[in-house]
Design a protein around this ligand. Structure first.
Ligand code: ASP
Length: 435
């Protein structure tokens, strides 16, 4: 059995839904669909999920969301009319959602209705069975998946041809609870694990996971095969085709993920598996994420002091800094953290306390940094790729602030000034991937 998740742009209008139907009809194993809310039809369009958040805000602030909700209503009515479907059931469902948002059902409820209404519509269009995600997926208060999910889903999905809304489940107290944005990928992964799917097909609007961001890297092309770990590390450094948390359920069950393009279904896309044949021969991608701060401290014999690492980590946390990467030397530590939500005042207070209370000899903070990551299984055994990358940065006159392998054998992290991040990725790409 194949579980297919169709993302927002794949289910944005009737034209896209016709493509979805043609794809599903090509393989009768494609018998469970997880769907997103209608996404953008063009670059200036607004996602239904964003319209729903706006409706919820209007209901809270003015007690009435009718003006915001009318845009949502027209999106679904247009899809229904373009598919030549007349459905009193959908009109009733739209009325009920608007009424509940106005009555204060809350942000998670409102946001989830894009998927809910779309799954109901698609179930009517396909003549398949709608199953509500609230009856299948139980999300614990701490965001983890409750084990009841597996038994509930197995008990409910005993046949075939189901349409299930992505992005939400049931909270421990029986209310709608959403995942983070883009979370329909997680729903698809959970259902794939629960039904022990042979493949989890993730249909989107690009030809797969690219070896560099095709929006700004000249010559980037899709990766044919990669491992879960490589996807995870590429997403840490900014690649964003697949929600990183969605790997967890399928990884544990060893179910392959196939990223495919709804607009070009003859292309094989990217296959993500536990291991790949060419694991020892190729690096697979390069990407960069901007918006980091680097905080460094040093003092002679710093790491000899018992418990100092924990003490300093707590200090950072108190000032709103949660590092994504940490580099440690005997006399110094350097933390790289996202700069979102960290104010200049918090940084100044932190620096003062590190010097004053913890007697650091040097404390420095550097903003506007980018982490460039070169990713590939067995990277440490690929000295040429590493040498080529560093050489390419040198030739492009891009200063390397720091460099680290992290603890895995998957990624080389290079810290550069963020104004150089695109040029750095292009230089490393040209040195390793250009065909
Ligand atoms: N519709 C939700 C979002 O826009 C979830 C998803 O599409 O996966 O984030």
């Amino acid at each position: 059995m194949i579980v297919c998740k169709f993302g927002g742009s794949s289910v944005a209008d009737a034209k896209q839904l016709k493509k979805v139907k043609a794809i599903v009809n090509k393989n009768e194993d494609r018998s469970i669909l997880i769907v997103s809310a209608p996404g953008k039809r063009n670059k200036d369009d607004v996602k239904v999920t964003d319209l729903l958040y706006a409706s919820n805000t209007a209901a809270k602030e003015k007690g009435d969301c009718s003006s915001e909700f009318s845009k949502i209503r027209s999106r679904y009515l247009e899809i229904l009319s373009d598919l030549e479907i007349e459905s009193a059931e959908m009109i009733e469902a739209l009325d009920e959602v608007e009424k509940n948002i106005n009555a204060g059902a809350g942000s998670d409820y409102a946001a989830s209705r894009g998927e809910y209404l779309n799954a109901r519509l698609i179930a009517i269009y396909f003549g398949w069975t709608f199953v509500d995600a609230q009856d299948l997926i139980v999300i614990n208060d701490n965001g983890t998946i409750n084990d009841e999910t597996w038994t509930k889903t197995k008990a409910k999905l005993t046949g075939k041809n189901y349409v299930i809304p992505g992005f939400y489940g049931n909270s421990e107290s029986g209310r709608v609870k959403t995942f983070s944005r883009g979370g329909s990928d997680i729903s698809g992964a959970i259902i794939s694990k629960a039904v022990d799917a042979s493949v989890y097909e993730n249909w989107t609007d690009v030809a797969g996971c690219y070896n560099a961001d095709p929006r700004y890297i000249d010559g980037a092309y899709p990766i044919s095969e990669m491992t879960y770990g490589e996807v995870r590390d590429l997403s840490i450094v900014g690649a964003s085709v697949f929600h990183p948390e969605a790997i967890v359920p399928v990884h544990a069950a060893g179910i392959p993920i196939n990223i495919r393009n709804t607009n070009s279904d003859e292309e094989p896309g990217t296959m993500i598996t536990t291991s790949r044949d060419d694991a020892d021969s190729e690096v697979i991608g390069v990407s960069a994420e901007t918006g980091f701060i680097k905080v460094s401290v040093s003092r002679l014999l710093l790491m000899k002091e018992p418990g100092i690492y924990n003490v300093l980590s707590t200090m950072l946390k108190v000032h709103g800094i949660s590092p994504v990467l940490t580099f440690i030397n005997p006399d110094s530590i350097c933390w790289i953290s996202s700069s979102a939500n960290v104010s200049d005042k918090a940084l100044a207070d932190l620096s003062f306390r590190l010097k004053d209370e913890y007697k650091m000899e040097n404390v420095s903070t550097k903003k506007n940094m980018a982490v460039v990551g070169l990713v590939g299984q067995g990277l440490k055994k690929k000295p040429l790729a590493i040498a080529n990358s560093i050489n390419a940065l040198d030739k492009a006159n891009i200063e390397i602030d720091s460099i680290d392998f992290g603890t895995s054998d998957l990624c080389l992290y290079i810290l550069v000034d963020q104004k150089n991040s695109k040029d750095a990725v292009q230089a490393i790409f040209d040195a390793n991937f250009r065909k």
